[in-house]
Design a protein around this ligand. Structure first.
Ligand code: FRU
Length: 482
């Protein structure tokens, strides 16, 4: 560790100490989501299972609640429920990363943990980018090896977010990029030893492989196989809204197809969004030792509301989503909360076959700061229409006739309502994870997901339901402080 790194880490410690009480007292602190101890969090990074434990790193500006020279913060868990904060993994101390250790990934190799990340350098209006490596024996302390890839010909300096995996004896890497025509794309590299990387090609991109015009920059790619097919997840920027699609300022989604590893040809289908709004970006996946593919995303986005979040006055902003297991059914990705989250369940309240007959009702026992709601059997009961209002700031509305599920929320400044609409043919089930200032809605076992932050009056914990003949199961998330 050099002197600059020591100083940076010491000033982060001071900042955490100074702000600790204020941050902890913030009424919008979440109960079972990962948050920064202070400052701004964005993308999940380096998500990996290492010696049995799950490591998740995150983009972190500890000094401000705006974006800046990012560190890698670090949490470890054996079960996705109890997380332990770790020392800073990467601090932007070297010349090649002076303006941030930007996003990247982790792989295990021969008992060591390898982190790949982007060294971001800004010189006036000019940007430099380096794909860098850091290695660890214990998964906690990292030794920087410096840049392993420089910017190749044909791309602007928007070239970042390496994601690495192994197939056979070869390591592969995808990087999010912008070509010289300012089209977003994903670039592929290969390596035999994790240190020496060969540029292969542009694998997929805007104006390529039949995608048409598809954005000026693609961030945070992730490529993996599932049921014998390949999924490429990425976060394109510059896509216009279309009907009920692409309503967030930036998107995150995937294309599905077959990657021919001999020719490195990827035949794929259309882009599909992973989330229907409002706060979801830069997802990253890992495969665990049971063969599950697990996804975590930033439960936020850099839009015009980002800086209106009320937590900012208490020195922190943003969180990660809950971990979700993803599965391929047909040609669609389904997301479901990892089953470990059942451990969060505390007190259970069940109402079977309730009828409210079009009036609004609150239920004894189902108000609280952290809840999981399961509304099941909607099909059997032929639910035509219903709504749930959470803490006066979020509303979920379903109308069978229109085949629509709508999520409405109050804007962060409380001035207006805004909504996201998603076509749902047959609503069977809703599983809703409510935390103090977030909601994650899994529709029909993860066919569609809505992820959003919201900032209600902290004194209001109640839910209002307008619903007919459904089965409702509610768990107060018991492991969390209420
Ligand atoms: C996505 C992103 C990445 C970049 C990181 C910087 O949110 O812009 O492309 O590496 O955030 O924090």
């Amino acid at each position: 560790m050099n002197e600059r790194e020591r100083q940076l880490i010491a000033s982060v410690q001071q900042r955490i100490e100074k702000m600790r009480n204020q941050v902890q007292r913030d009424p919008y602190r979440l109960h079972y989501h990962l948050m920064p101890p202070v400052g701004l969090l964005n993308d999940p990074n380096g998500f990996v299972q290492f010696h049995g434990e799950f490591h998740i790193f995150y983009q972190w500006n500890p000094f401000e609640t705006t974006h800046g020279a990012k560190f890698w913060g670090h949490y470890v868990s054996a079960d996705f429920v109890a997380w332990k904060e770790q020392p800073i993994a990467l601090a932007p101390a070297e010349d090649y990363e002076r303006n941030g250790c930007y996003s990247g990934s982790a792989v295990e190799h021969l008992g060591k943990l390898y982190l790949f990340y982007t060294g971001n350098v800004k010189k006036g209006t000019k940007r430099e980018t380096y794909q860098c490596l850091a290695v660890s024996e214990d998964g906690i302390h990292f030794e920087k090896k410096g840049p392993v890839i420089d910017l190749p010909e044909g791309f602007t300096a928007h070239f970042r977010d390496p994601k690495v995996w192994k197939r056979g004896n070869t390591w592969y890497m995808v990087i999010g990029a912008q070509d010289k025509q300012e089209q977003g794309c994903v670039v592929m590299y290969s390596s035999a030893d994790l240190y020496n990387w060969k540029y292969e090609k542009i694998l997929v991109g805007s104006m390529r492989n039949g995608l048409g015009e598809f954005g000026y920059m693609w961030e945070c790619p992730d490529l993996f196989s599932i049921n014998g097919e390949e999924v490429l997840i990425f976060s394109p920027q510059g896509i216009e809204p279309k009907g009920t699609y692409y309503q967030n300022v930036f998107q995150s989604g995937y294309v599905l197809g077959n990657l021919d590893y001999e020719q490195l040809q990827f035949e794929h289908g259309a882009f599909a969004e992973l989330d229907r709004g409002f706060d979801f970006y830069a997802p990253q996946t890992t495969e665990d030792n049971q063969g599950r593919r697990i996804l975590v995303a930033w439960m936020g986005i850099t839009d015009e509301q980002e800086q209106l979040q009320p937590t900012i006055k208490n020195g922190w902003v943003h969180a990660l989503t809950i971990p979700r297991e993803i599965q391929l059914r047909g040609n669609k990705i389904y997301q479901q909360p990892v089953q470990e989250l059942k451990k969060l369940r505390g007190h259970e309240v069940a109402y079977a076959g309730i009828t409210i007959n079009h009036e609004t009702k609150t239920f004894a026992g189902i108000s609280g700061a952290a809840l999981e709601l399961v509304i099941d059997n909607m099909e059997t009961h032929e639910v035509e229409e219903f709504s749930i209002t959470c803490r006066n700031h979020v509303e979920i509305v379903y109308r069978k006739e229109q085949h629509h599920l709508t999520l409405r929320r109050r804007t962060f400044d409380n001035q207006k309502w805004e909504e996201r609409v998603c076509a749902i043919d047959n609503l069977r089930k809703l599983q809703i994870f409510l935390d103090v200032s977030s909601i994650e809605i899994f529709v029909n076992d993860g066919e569609e997901v809505f992820t959003a932050r919201f900032f209600p009056d902290p004194k209001i914990r109640r839910l209002f339901l307008r619903i007919r003949e459904v089965f409702l199961l509610i768990y107060k998330n018991g492991l969390c402080k209420q």
